[in-house]
Design a binder for this molecule. Sequence first.
Ligand code: PLP
Length: 394
Amino acid sequence: MNRKMYGLGSKRSVIREIFEYGKKRAAEVGADKVFDFSLGNPSVKPPQIVEDTLIELLKGEDATALHGYTSAQGDLATRRAIAEYIARTQGVRTDPDFIYMTCGAAASLTITLSALCNAGDEVITFAPFFTEYRVFTETAGAKLVELPSHPDTFQIDFSVLEGAFSEKTAAVLINSPNNPSGVVYSEQTIRTLAGLLEEKSKEFGRTIYLVTDEPYRELVYGGVKVPYLTAYYKHTVVCYSYSKSLSLPGERIGYIFVNPDAKDAKELYLAVCGAGRALGYVCAPSLFQKLVARCQGVTSDVSVYEGNRDLLAGALREYGYSCVRPDGAFYLFVKSPEPDANAFCERAKKYGLLLVPGDDFGCAGYVRIAYCVSPDMIRRSLPAFKALAEEYAK
Ligand code: PLP
């Protein structure tokens, strides 16, 4: 067998490990005594239009067509609806023939990286980052170059990035709003990044593409804006997913949008189609392609997450914990009160608090708290966070 695949399959991710522990512990001591903040599964139900549209589609459409294969790049009507929506809301040029429907952001990323990279290429990303980036990049035959971000803000540290490019750099991969930090890149960060990518592409004689992983684009709070990347840097590929915005992570639906103005955009789009084919995706789920075509601009009630953020971040600050400003997604990235975040997480378990150490996100000394849980659970967990902080204060 393939040892690498065996390795991936036999070792559970830390997040899954903690989640499984939580289930076991709940059976032992009662679910009300376990505060599981480990998983990024949306806790808000999909908007009503999702159920209504699904029923309408199931009742109204010809079942053979509804459940049949679509074209490999996706249903044309869906790609048109998405292209029209992006153009209307972001004021950028789009084209349905540069959109490729996928089984969520994970597929969008694996396909895009496989389309962009050759063996030995490098993909630069910034810690903290989504743990699966290593797997996706290596599957594409490339190496993930992990750079630290500014410790105070988790914005890109350009003094570090400057020196990280080489003739092997195929792409820079960003994720804003970020999992696990909740940070949204400012417009200034994006402008500086775009300028540096132009400069380094010239210096190394190859176009360095920008891959933007955006499953949390709509999950932002307090009027914060998420700049649309193709408006700032031409050579951009957007990897989108409806997993979080419509609370549909189990349905596996998203898309890739290759900017039609990117260098070799047509060839790159064909390489995307080729990578999707080589990876065996065939086509994205037909029913959900038809659904998202009718749900453009709709999201779940993200105000629930905003309320959770305010409640939890406010309380934790009061108890003496510190974390970077979380403007989006549904995670807090909190500084561990002791240098070893794994030891801190172990201690937190004694209080029923299940947190994820930052090490796998490329950032030791921090823990991730996924606050996509019920507001009631957050309220009930606060005395535990307080007692834990007091233990360190002693
Ligand atoms: N990228 C980031 C940053 C994520 O947090 C996730 C899921 O949590 C994914 C990609 C994968 O999302 P999907 O369920 O759409 O494959």
